[in-house]
Design a protein around this ligand. Structure first.
Ligand code: ADP
Length: 547
C-alpha cells in the first residue's frame, strides 16, 4: 500500500518538547513565509523516482517511519539558508540539507537524525546561474537537475555536453558533493567541479577556489570556473560527503561535443572475470578506453529488460545460474558470463583505431564477441547506455526496480585496485554472502585504470520485513568482510554510514578524530546534518547514536 495512517505522531527533534518545537516553527515561518515551512505530519507516501518524497527514505531499509524529518523548509535564496542555519543554532534543532533528494539507494531525502528539519534547497533554488560557452563551464543552484541543465544547453544550441549518472533526475550539485559518478570522460563529478559557495554552520558565507578573490567592481571572480585550487589549502573536498557546510552554488566544467561510438563486448564464462579486469587495466591507463566503462554480470541483462524476476524464475531463492543461462541464450547477449559496455570518443578514424586496439586486447579471452548498437534490437539496453555515455540524461535504469514487487534497492560499493587478485577477493565475498542471505547478485563494475567501483545493487521488496532485514544484514556483513581484506566503500546509505566510517580507522581512528575536530570547530552546536558520513558533533557523541 502506498499510503497508510501514521502509527506515530509527528517526530520531534531530539530533546525538544512539542511546545518548544511549535514555537521554533512559528519563528521559522515568520522568517521564510508560512507556506515555506511544512510539517511532516501527514501519511507517508513512497511515490516513485519522479514524484519522490522529501519526508522520509522512500527506499526504506528499516521501517518507513524510522527515518523521517519533523518538517521541511524551502529557502528561496542564500540569505534564506543563512536565516535557517541561524534559527537552527538558536533553537538547537538539527537541520538536514538536501538538493533534490533523489539520492535513491543511499537514503533519499531522509535525515540521519529523525525529527531533523529537512532543508529542501532544490524546490526554490533551481536556477542555472550561468553557462559560459567559451569556458565550457556552468554555475548552478542545488535544484538544477541533469535534465534541466541538458535542456537549457539544447535550447541555447551550445556545442556542450553535460555528464549524467545512470538516472537524470538528480541534482547536478547534490550528486557531485556526494561524489557520484557518470560515464562520459568527465564522469568524476567532483573532480570536474570548479568553485563553490557555502553557508557555514554558523550562517557565514564562504567562496572557495578563485571565488575567494573578489572580481572587479564587486563582480564574481573571472577565473572562478577556470581554475580549481586557487591559493592555500584546497578546501573544497571538505564539503563533499560531509556535514561541514551547505553548498548553495557550485561551478562545473562541461565537455565539448565530440563524436562517440557505443559498443558492447560479451565474454563467455563467469571465470573470465579476472582476465577481463587485467585486459582493461592497460587500456584504461593508456587512455585508450574513452570513459569509465561498465562491466556487468550477465544476470543484469535479464533485469535491465524491466521484466520482473517472476518472469524468469518462480523460486524464492536466488535465480540459479543455469536458469540465467537458459534465458540469456535466447537474448541478444547470448549465453555468456560478462557484458562490457564501453564508448569511444573522437572522429571516426580515431574511434576505429581505438576500437581495433581494444578488440585486439580482448581477443586474448577466447569466445569474446563484439557488438555495435546497430547490431542489436531497438529496445536493447545499449541504446539507453549510448545516451548516458554521450551526456543525455535518461530514466531507463529505473527498470531494474521491477525485479521485485515494491522494488527498492541499496548499493554496496567498495573500491578495489584494478587487479586480478583484488577483483576476485571482493567478488568472491559478494557471491558467498549474497547466497547466504538469499539475494540475487547484480554486480556492475565501473573500471578505471587504477581502481574499480565494484557496485552491487541489492534489490528488495520494501513491503517485506524479512527481505529488508536480510538486505540490511547482508550489507553489514559485506562491509565487515571486505574491510577485513582491506577494501572500503566510496559511499553508503545513511544507515551504514557509522559502520563504513568505522572501517577507515587507521592510526587509532586518526581520520575520524580529525573530522570531529573540524566539525566541532565549525558547528559547535551540532546543528548541521549530525551523523552524516559517520561524523557526529560533540553534542551527540557517545550517546548511543552510532549504528
Ligand atoms: P540528488 O542529487 O540525488 O537529488 P540529494 O539532494 O539527496 O541527491 O543529495 C545527496 C546528499 O548530499 C543529501 O542527502 C545530503 O546529505 C547531501 N547534500 C545534498 N545537497 C547538499 C547541499 N547543497 N549542501 C550540503 N549537503 C548536501
Amino acid at each position: 500500500p502506498d499510503s497508510v495512517p501514521r502509527r506515530r505522531d509527528l517526530r520531534l527533534p531530539p530533546d525538544t518538547t512539542r511546545e518548544a518545537f511549535d514555537e521554533a516553527i512559528a519563528a521559522l515561518r515568520e522568517a521564510l513565509g508560512s507556506d515555506n515551512v511544512v510539517l511532516n505530519d501527514q501519511p507517508l507516501v513512497d511515490g516513485w523516482y519522479i514524484e519522490h518524497p522529501n519526508t522520509h527514505d522512500s527506499f526504506h531499509v528499516v521501517e518507513q517511519e524510522d527515518l523521517v524529518c519533523s518538517a521541511i523548509a524551502y529557502p528561496s535564496s542564500t540569505a534564506d539558508v543563512q536565516a535557517i542555519v541561524r534559527w537552527a543554532n538558536k533553537h538547537a534543532i538539527p537541520v538536514y540539507p538536501i538538493s533534490m533528494g533523489r539520492n535513491m539507494g543511499y537514503g533519499g531525502s531522509a535525515p540521519r537524525v529523525p525529527g531533523s528539519v529537512v532543508i529542501d534547497l532544490g524546490m526554490r533554488m533551481n536556477n542555472i546561474l550561468n553557462i559560459d560557452a567559451e569556458n565550457a563551464s556552468c554555475m548552478v543552484e542545488p535544484g538544477v537537475s541533469y535534465f534541466a541543465l541538458y535542456e537549457e544547453i539544447q535550447k541555447r544550441k551550445l556545442p556542450l555536453w553535460i555528464d549524467c549518472p545512470d538516472l537524470g533526475g538528480g541534482s547536478v550539485l547534490g550528486n557531485a558533493i556526494d561524489r557520484g559518478v557518470g560515464y562520459t570522460p568527465m564522469g568524476d563529478h567532483f573532480a570536474n567541479h570548479c568553485g563553490m559557495e557555502i553557508v557555514l554552520p554558523n550562517g557565514e558565507l564562504l567562496r572557495t577556489g578563485m571565488g575567494a578573490l573578489p572580481g572587479k567592481n564587486g563582480e564574481d571572480n573571472p577565473t572562478w570556473q577556470s581554475f580549481q585550487p586557487a591559493y592555500g589549502p584546497y578546501s573544497d573536498g571538505m564539503f563533499s560527503q560531509s556535514n561541514f557546510g551547505i553548498v548553495v552554488r557550485m561551478g562545473f566544467w562541461l565537455m565539448r561535443e565530440v563524436g562517440h561510438q557505443m559498443y558492447m563486448f560479451t565474454f563467455p564464462r563467469d571465470e573470465d572475470f579476472p582476465d577481463i579486469v587485467e585486459a582493461i587495466r592497460p587500456l584504461a591507463q593508456k587512455g585508450i578506453i574513452g570513459n569509465v566503462p561498465q562491466l556487468r554480470h550477465v544476470a543484469q541483462e535479464l533485469n535491465v529488460t524491466g521484466l520482473p524476476k517472476s518472469h524468469f524464475y518462480s523460486g524464492s531463492d536466488p535465480i540459479p545460474r543455469d536458469v540465467i543461462r537458459q534465458h540469456a541464450s535466447k537474448m541478444p547477449c547470448g549465453d555468456c558470463g560478462w557484458v562490457f559496455y564501453g564508448t569511444q570518443y573522437g572522429d571516426q578514424a580515431s574511434i576505429k583505431t581505438q576500437l581495433d586496439i581494444i578488440k585486439a586486447a580482448f581477443a586474448s579471452i577466447t569466445g569474446t564477441k563484439f557488438y555495435l548498437p546497430s547490431d542489436l534490437p531497438a529496445d536493447h539496453y545499449i541504446h539507453s547506455r549510448a545516451l548516458v555515455c554521450s551526456g543525455v540524461p535518461v530514466l531507463r535504469e529505473l527498470d531494474w526496480l521491477n525485479w521485485r514487487p515494491n522494488g527498492a534497492h541499496i548499493f554496496f560499493s567498495p573500491i578495489t585496485p584494478t587487479k586480478r587478485a583484488d577483483a576476485v577477493t571482493v567478488h568472491s565475498i559478494n557471491v558467498r554472502l549474497h547466497e547466504k542471505y538469499n539475494f540475487d547478485l547484480f554486480p556492475t563494475l565501473c573500471v578505471a585504470g587504477r581502481e574499480m567501483h565494484y557496485i552491487t545493487n541489492i534489490l528488495y521488496d520494501r513491503s517485506s520485513v524479512d527481505e529488508k532485514r536480510r538486505a540490511a544484514a547482508l550489507m553489514r556483513e559485506l562491509i565487515i568482510e571486505t574491510a577485513k581484506e582491506g577494501y572500503g566503500e566510496y559511499r553508503t546509505h545513511l544507515l551504514f554510514a557509522d559502520q563504513v566510517a568505522g572501517t577507515y580507522n587507521w592510526g587509532d581512528n586518526a581520520l575520524m578524530r580529525f573530522n570531529e575536530t573540524i566539525k566541532d570547530a565549525l558547528d559547535p552546536n551540532g546543528i548541521l546534518a549530525p551523523g552524516r558520513n559517520g561524523i557526529w558533533p560533540k553534542k551527540y557523541r557517545g550517546k548511543g547514536w552510532e549504528l
